[in-house]
Design a protein around this ligand. Structure first.
Ligand SMILES: [Zn+2]
Length: 209
């Protein structure tokens, strides 16, 4: 598989980009890899990059977007922050990636058993982590069940994963609300913005409908 070029990027649509990622994740789940020579891709991309998707994911060591979607050099912009939430800098990165660098798809990728989400569920406090986790708190509040406070913590993995899903949906809402540029691109069908969850037990990415 060759690195993307200006020509191949121009043939990409939001739908085709999503299809490429779905196929890549299927290869990953089946322990197959597209035949690519990374060193050759270093050379092929030295004059420029033409990626087709922008993926916001967690820093979790098990959730590398390039690996779980079986992508090579020059294929995706990878934005990573613990708990995959949105802030001004991340929106700026996404606006660059879509408006200036031509990617056709934004994926907000949450994952199961997320440590950052667990920290927010437990109201963990430590140094700069306190402020960071406060960005995930709206997702904790967004999950209304169970009501019993004793079940609303990191010991309840079902609760944790439900918070992670809401956290993805809120991130997408925030992209649309806080970035008129990306909202307009989506409205004109120049890009799609989709949510997904990565299952750390199976390697599968489940895209939200
Ligand atoms: Zn995480």
């Amino acid at each position: 598989m060759k690195a993307h070029t200006k020509e191949t990027q121009a043939t990409m649509t939001p739908q085709k980009s999503l299809q490429f990622l779905k196929e890549g994740n299927l290869r990953f789940q089946n322990n197959l890899k597209a035949n690519r020579n990374l060193l050759e891709q270093v050379n092929d991309t030295s004059e420029g990059q033409f990626p087709f998707a922008t993926i916001l994911s967690c820093i979790d060591s098990r959730v590398s977007a390039e690996l779980v979607f079986d992508q090579g050099l020059g294929d995706i912009f990878s934005v990573r922050i613990a708990g995959n939430f949105i802030n001004e800098d991340i929106l700026g990165s996404m606006e660059f990636a879509c408006k200036l660098a031509g990617t056709k798809l934004i994926v907000v990728l949450g994952h199961t058993s997320c440590g950052a989400v667990k920290g927010a569920c437990d109201d963990a406090k430590m140094g700069n982590l306190t402020g960071m986790l406060s960005k995930i708190k709206p997702a904790v509040e967004g999950v209304t069940e169970p009501k019993d406070a004793n079940l609303r913590n990191s010991k309840n993995l079902e609760f944790v994963d439900n918070v992670a899903k809401v956290n993805v949906s809120l991130a997408i809402e925030n992209i649309r609300k806080q970035s008129p540029i990306l909202k307009e691109m989506e409205d004109k069908n120049e890009i799609d913005i989709v949510g997904a969850m990565y299952d750390i037990n199976t390697g599968a990415v489940d895209f939200f409908e």
